[in-house]
Ligand binder design. Structure first.
Ligand SMILES: C[S@@+](CC[C@H](N)C(=O)[O-])C[C@H]1O[C@@H](n2cnc3c(N)ncnc32)[C@H](O)[C@@H]1O
Length: 436
């Protein structure tokens, strides 16, 4: 199967059946006979999803009537053709010819003329893009509802954020300092001619110069590193765990932050909870590979009576389910899959989780709330409301050089210091008679 045909099939599943790219792409890549084509297929899929709204606007412009639902594959093929013409450095005539040829492989020869006509019309009239780009939704390839929220929340930064969302993210490693020092691993990469550099604010982070298969890097099987953005690597230090503490990671799968906590302080008693049984398997796998230990539980953090043993925690990490609007650069399909209504639901769930987990915290203990979102409703808005309503809850301001102080907590804009968009707030539970 050609790279273009494989990409068209993957895109049809994402755009036609609303499946996430991370659920579809890995298996599709593995099943490819020509493994050398895998990077190209990835680039096609990520690129088309990143620019989906802009590419769709162009294809609509050159089509007399929309395609039927059952022809989503042809629609995806059109987007793929346009993506190559606008964003890739492939010879234009080859891009058109090879894209048109996919219609045969899809058993839809009737679409040959259509795909050819749309792509050639664009080539002859590419200046139409200037006109279409006057609409922000088209030029930024962000849906109107999301663009509206980002603009409203960040009137001065919105262009920076959407630009970062549309730029591919680098691979960031977190070196397992229980096994090897960050500087030593960096030297090892250099000795193997693998371009890499340190990053600010996250002392265990290493940024790879190029996208590559991380399982082929030195020490993967031995658990010398994990893949984790440097914004996510800020959680474990912020929790400030000490030996002997009882710690709950309440939304833990696949275990990135749980493992980091244990790498920094192996002497904690860590409970890693997630309500998704399949995803908790990933926690076990990661703990095993990295040589770490935690009690992994399957359970709903909002219903502690079903899994909690009644012993309160010194520290709780709530890495809450969220819109993931801070990681669009890694998951461009979020712009397509996420809907405006989802946000209200997510804000409700986050509020319930905060409420339920608060009673599990020891007096004097701290809860770290985190999201990979840039929307204030899920972040400072959520925390302000909680502090207002929850007696004995107060914010411990985060003193840091990264991100920016907001009304409550700290926000990292997507792309800032090379990081994903992230939010952190640290809450302390007052002891009886303690001054707030
Ligand atoms: C942002 S991800 C967590 C990422 C993880 N902390 C890490 O660093 O690898 C959110 C997780 O919350 C879990 N989750 C959502 N609602 C939950 C609930 N009510 N109880 C427990 N886990 C929940 C999801 O299954 C998902 O794995």
């Amino acid at each position: 199967m050609s790279a273009r045909l494989t990409a068209t099939k993957i895109l049809s599943e994402v755009l036609g059946q609303r499946r996430s790219l991370s659920a579809v792409l890995p298996a599709a890549l593995l099943s490819m006979k020509k493994s050398g084509d895998r990077p190209l297929v990835s680039e096609f899929c990520y690129g088309v999803l990143r620019w989906h709204l802009r590419l769709s606007a162009i294809s609509q412009h050159f089509m007399h009537k929309p395609l039927k639902k059952k022809d989503i594959d042809i629609q995806c093929l059109l987007l793929l053709g346009l993506y190559q013409l606008i964003y890739m450095r492939v010879p234009k005539h080859a891009a058109v010819a090879e894209t048109v040829a996919v219609t045969n492989a899809l058993n839809k020869p009737w679409a040959k003329g259509l795909v050819n006509a749309v792509l050639r019309s664009y080539q002859r009239n590419s200046d139409v893009l200037t006109k279409l780009d006057q609409d922000d939704v088209v030029s930024t390839a962000h849906p109107a509802w999301l663009l509206g929220k980002i603009k409203k929340n960040w009137p001065d930064e919105w262009q920076y954020i959407v630009n970062a969302n549309n730029n591919p993210a680098p691979i960031i490693l977190r070196v397992n300092i229980a096994k090897i020092e960050q500087q030593d691993y960096l030297k090892l990469l250099e000795a193997n001619d693998i371009g890499a550099e340190s990053l600010p604010y996250a002392p265990q982070a290493i940024k790879l110069a190029k996208l590559q298969d991380v399982t082929a890097l030195p020490g993967f099987d031995q658990g010398w590193f994990s893949v984790q953005d440097s914004a996510a690597q800020l959680a474990a230090p912020l929790l400030d765990v000490q030996p002997g503490m009882r710690v709950l990671d309440a939304c833990a799968a696949p275990g990135g932050k749980s493992c980091h906590i244990l790498e920094c302080e192996p002497g904690v008693e860590l409970v890693s909870l997630d309500h998704d049984e399949d995803r908790t398997r990933r926690i076990h796998e990661n703990l095993l590979r990295l040589g770490l230990n935690a009690q992994v539980l399957v359970g709903d953090a909002a219903q502690p009576e079903s899994w909690w043993d009644g012993q309160q925690f010194d520290r709780i990490l709530l890495d809450a389910p969220c819109s993931a609007t801070g990681v669009i650069r890694r998951h461009p399909d979020i712009k397509y899959l996420r809907q405006a209504d989802d946000i209200t639901g997510l804000v409700g769930v986050q509020g319930e989780l905060l409420q339920a987990l608060w009673s599990l915290l020891k007096p004097g203990g701290q809860l770290l709330y985190a999201t990979c979102s840039v929307l204030t409703q899920e972040n400072s808005g959520q925390i302000l409301k909680f502090i207002k309503e929850q007696k004995g809850a107060c914010e411990v301001p985060i003193q840091a050089q990264w991100g920016r102080h907001v009304v409550a907590g700290r926000q990292i804009m997507t792309g800032e210091s090379g990081m994903d968009g992230f939010y952190y707030a640290c809450l302390k539970k007052q002891k009886f008679n303690e001054d707030i």
